[in-house]
Design a protein around this ligand. Sequence first.
Ligand code: GAP
Length: 441
Amino acid sequence: MEKLVSLCKRRGIIFQSSEIYGGLSSCWDYGPLGAEMKRNLKEAWWQKVVRERKDIVGLDASILMHSKVWEASGHVESFSDPMVDCRACRRRFRADDVEGDRCPVCGGELTDARQFNLMFKTFMGPVEEDSAVVYLRPETAQGIFVNFANVQQSMRMKLPFGIAQIGKAFRNEITPGNFIFRTREFEQMEIEYFVVPGTDEEWHRRWIEERLQWYIDLGLREDRLRLRPHGEDELAHYAKSCVDIEYLFPFGWAELEGIANRTDYDLRRHSEYSGRRLDYYDEESGKRVVPYVIEPSGGVDRALLAFLVDAYDEEEVRGEVRVVLRLHPKLAPITVGVFPLVRRDGMPEKALEIEEILRPHFNVFYDEKDSIGRRYRRMDEVGTPYGVTVDSQTMQDDTVTVRDRDSMEQERVHIRELADYIREQISSWRRPEHITEEVWV
Ligand code: GAP
C-alpha cells in the first residue's frame, strides 16, 4: 500500500486533500490522472448497466434532500455505529473494533458504548434551527426511491426495471482509513432494481453473478474476489438479505460492493411518510403491487483502489525494476503515449501530427523528454497500455511502432490504420498470465 500511495502522489493520481495546510484526515483529491481513471471507471459501469440495457435508466438526484426522506428511510433512527471513547487519551473507537473494556492504544478506561449517527447534518438557509436541518446523503439510493413514480411514469417503465445513479455520499465514519478505502466523502454507483414480489430471490442471484463478472471483465484477478453473505446480525435495517463482493486488499478481505434485497421497505416507508402512492399497476393482472428492490451498491473509490492494487506489478527488466500498472486499457488514465524516437530529423513534428490524429479518439500523451526507455517506463508506471513511436522508418513509409505495455513487444502499423489497430487491441485485451503473484496477507 505504501508503494501505491506514493506512486499515486508522485504521478498525479491521488493527493491528500488540503495538503498545504497539513491535510484533512481521510479526504483525498484525485489528480489529473486519477480524475481520468475515475471517469473511465464510472463510464465503464454506466455503459454496462445503463446504456447496454433496455430495462435500466439513469438518474442524477440532488445531494440535499427533504429531511423527512431520512426519517422515512430509517437513517435518522438507525444509521449509527456504537462508539466508545478513551477517558485517558480521548481516542475514539467503533465499539465493535475493540476487544475488552480498555483502550487498545493506551490501556485507559473506556466509556460505555453509545450510538453515533453517521449522517452529516447542516442547515438550509440563514437560520440554524431544527426546521432548517438537512443531511448530506449517506447513500444515493434514496434519491432513486423518492423518484420512483416520476421515472416509472415518465419513461413508461415496466417491471422488472432499474434506476441507476452515480454520485457523492457522505458518512461521518468513526474510523476512516486505508487510503481511499473508507473515507467520509466518497462516491457510490447504485442500482435500484424493481421486481415483482416473489421473483426477488431469483433476481438477487442474477445480480450477484452479473456484478461479480463486471469486476472480472475489467481485469480483477478472480482469486482475489469472493462473495460473502451477511449474517443476520450485520444486515442493514432495510435488508432481508445481502451478499458482499469482497476483494483481497493488502490489508485483508474487504467489501467492494454489497448486493442487497431491500424488499418493499423503502417504497412503503416513503409512501407512508409522504402520503403519495408509490406502487405499480400491472396491466396483465389488473392489480397494484409494491415492487421489491434488489440493490447492487458499489463504491467508486473502493473499486478504483482495488483496480490499482490489482494492477500494480514490479518486474526485473535488464537488471532494473520496472513498475507497471497492468490496468485494463478502458480504465487506464492515458490510452496512448506518442513519442519521437529522437528530437531531430522531423520526428517531433511527425509525432505531434500523430498526436492530433489520435486525440479525438483516445486520451493521448505526447512526450519527447529523456531517452525512449525512460519515457516507456514513465508510461508503464501509470498504466498507459500503448506507446506509439516515430522513428527513421516512419519518415520514409509512414509506419510507426506500437509498443504493448504488458509484453513490451512492438508491432509496425501504418499511421492510416493506427486508430483502428488500437481500438482492436483495447477490445481484445486480456490480463497477462505471467503477472507476478504477490501474496498480500
Ligand atoms: N445503498 C446501500 C449502501 O449504501 P453500503 O454497503 O453502506 O450500502 C455501498 O455502501 C458501497 O459504498 C460499499 O460497498 C462501498 O463500496 C461504498 N462505501 C460505503 N461506505 C464507504 C466509505 N466510508 N468510504 C468509501 N466507500 C464507501
